[in-house]
Design a protein around this ligand. Structure first.
Ligand code: SF4
Length: 372
C-alpha cells in the first residue's frame, strides 16, 4: 500500500462529549445522563489533547456526543484553545435543541464554531415523544431560527426514519418542512435498534417494516429537492456545504480522537479510546489499536475499507486512485460482483469508475459483502 506524505499528516479531530440531559429511547451511544459536563471530565480531556495532539493546523474539528451543547461556553473556549486551525477550517458542533438559547449560540459562533449539526430527528411531536426526545417540533424550528440570528450560515439537521408509528404521510410532512428550511445540509438515519438502547429491552410497537423503511429512504431522495445527495445518507445544497469532516472519514483520511470511547485513525492504525469513565478520569489514555498478523492482511483490510467507503459516496469509486494506492486492477479483482450488479442496475459506470444507483444504496450492505 503506497503512502503519500500528505497522508501521514493529521488534519482532523473528533472530540467526544459523553453526557446528555436524558437518554433517547433509541440511543446506544456511549453517553451518561448529566445536567452539565463535569469539571473533572474537561480537565482530563484537556490533558489528553495536550498529550496526543502534535500541533498540526486542523482543517476540521468535530464536537460530537452525547450532547456537546451542554458544555458551558467557557468549557468550549478552553477546549478550542488547544488547537491550531487552517484559515478556512470547518468547526462543527452537535446541538440538542433543548439545550441552547440565542446567547449560547451567539457566543459559540464568536468562538469560531462555524457549523452546527442539530439533532431534529422529526417535525412530528407525537413521534418525538415516542422516541423520548426532549424537544418538540416548535423548539427545533426555534433553534434553527436562533442559529441564523447567531450568525451561522452552515447548518445541518439530522432526521430519522423507520420510527415507531411513523407513517409515510408523517415522514413526507417532516421532509416537506425540512426542504423549505434555511438549512444547508441534511443527514438521514434509519432506525436501528441496538443492544444498550431502551428500545432494545422494550421493543416499540408499530415499527415500519424494512420495505417501508426502504420506501421512506426513496421518498427522502424524491422530496429533498433543494438538496443534492452526495453520500448514501447525506444531502447538501451545494458542494461547498458537504460535511468536510465526514468526507475525510469516507476518503480514508486520518483523524485524532479525543474523549471517552472516541475512535480515531493514525499512522499506527484505527484505535478506540478507553471506554470506562472511571479509568479515563484516572488519566488512562491508553487506546486499543487494531492488530494485523501481516502487512498483507492490513493492506486487504484497508482496501476493503476504501471500497466500502467510496461506494457510500454518490461519486462512487475512483478506480485509478484505488488501483494506484493498492496496486490492484479493480476491474479484474471485482469482475464478478461488478458484472452481476451492473446487469441488475444496482451499480452504474461513471467517468472515474463505478457508483451505486439509488436501488444499489438500498441494498448496499448485501452488495458490499460480495466485494469484500
Ligand atoms: S441520541 Fe444523542 S441526545 Fe439522545 S441520548 Fe443519544 S447521544 Fe444523547
Amino acid at each position: 500500500m503506497k503512502k503519500s506524505k500528505e497522508e501521514n499528516c493529521i488534519n482532523s479531530a473528533y472530540i467526544h462529549v459523553p453526557f446528555c440531559l436524558k437518554k433517547c429511547a433509541y440511543c446506544s451511544f456511549l453517553s451518561f445522563e448529566k445536567k452539565m459536563v463535569p469539571k473533572k471530565y474537561l480537565y482530563v480531556l484537556n490533558m489528553e489533547i495536550n498529550k496526543k495532539y502534535n500541533g498540526e493546523k486542523l482543517k476540521t474539528l468535530y464536537f460530537g456526543g452525547g450532547t456537546p451543547s451542554i458544555l458551558s461556553i467557557s468549557q468550549v473556549a478552553t477546549i478550542l484553545k488547544n488547537f491550531n486551525f487552517e484559515k478556512d477550517a470547518e468547526i462543527t458542533f452537535e446541538v440538542n435543541p433543548k439545550t441552547v438559547d440565542l446567547a449560547y449560540l451567539t457566543e459559540l459562533r464568536m468562538l469560531g464554531v462555524n457549523r452546527l449539526s442539530i439533532g431534529v430527528q422529526s417535525f412530528n411531536d407525537e413521534i418525538l415523544s415516542k422516541i423520548k426526545r426532549m424537544h418538540n417540533s416548535a423548539c427545533a424550528l426555534d433553534t434553527i431560527k436562533m442559529a441564523h440570528k447567531a450568525g451561522f450560515d452552515n447548518i445541518s439537521i439530522d432526521l430519522m426514519y423507520g420510527l415507531p408509528a411513523q407513517t409515510m404521510k408523517i415522514w413526507a410532512e417532516t421532509l416537506n418542512v425540512a426542504n423549505n428550511l434555511p438549512v444547508q445540509h441534511i443527514s438521514l438515519y434509519g432506525l436501528k435498534i441496538d443492544s444498550g438502547s431502551k428500545f432494545y429491552n422494550n421493543m416499540p410497537k408499530n415499527l415500519p417494516t424494512l420495505d417501508e423503511q426502504a420506501d421512506m429512504y426513496e421518498l427522502a431522495i424524491e422530496k429533498l429537492t433543494k438538496f443534492k445527495q452526495y453520500e448514501i445518507s447525506n444531502f447538501a445544497i451545494s458542494e461547498d456545504f458537504q460535511g468536510k469532516h465526514n468526507l475525510n472519514y469516507w476518503n480514508l483520511g486520518k483523524y485524532y480522537a479525543f474523549g471517552l470511547g472516541a475512535s480515531g485513525f493514525s499512522e499506527l492504525g484505527r484505535y478506540q479510546n478507553q471506554q470506562s469513565l472511571d479509568v479515563y478520569c484516572k488519566l488512562d489514555f491508553e487506546s486499543e489499536y487494531e492488530e494485523f498478523e501481516s502487512p498483507e492482511e492490513e493492506k486487504e483490510v484497508r482496501l476493503n475499507e476504501a471500497v466500502m467507503l467510496a461506494f457510500r459516496l454518490v461519486s462512487g469509486v475512483d478506480k485509478a486512485l484505488i488501483n494506484a494506492k493498492f496496486n490492484i486492477d479493480f476491474d479484474r479483482k471485482y469482475a464478478k460482483p461488478l458484472k452481476k450488479y451492473l446487469e441488475t442496475g444496482h451499480i452504474k459506470e461513471t467517468k472515474k469508475g463505478y457508483a451505486f444507483t439509488t436501488k444499489g444504496f438500498l441494498l448496499s450492505n448485501n452488495i458490499l459483502s460480495e466485494f469484500i
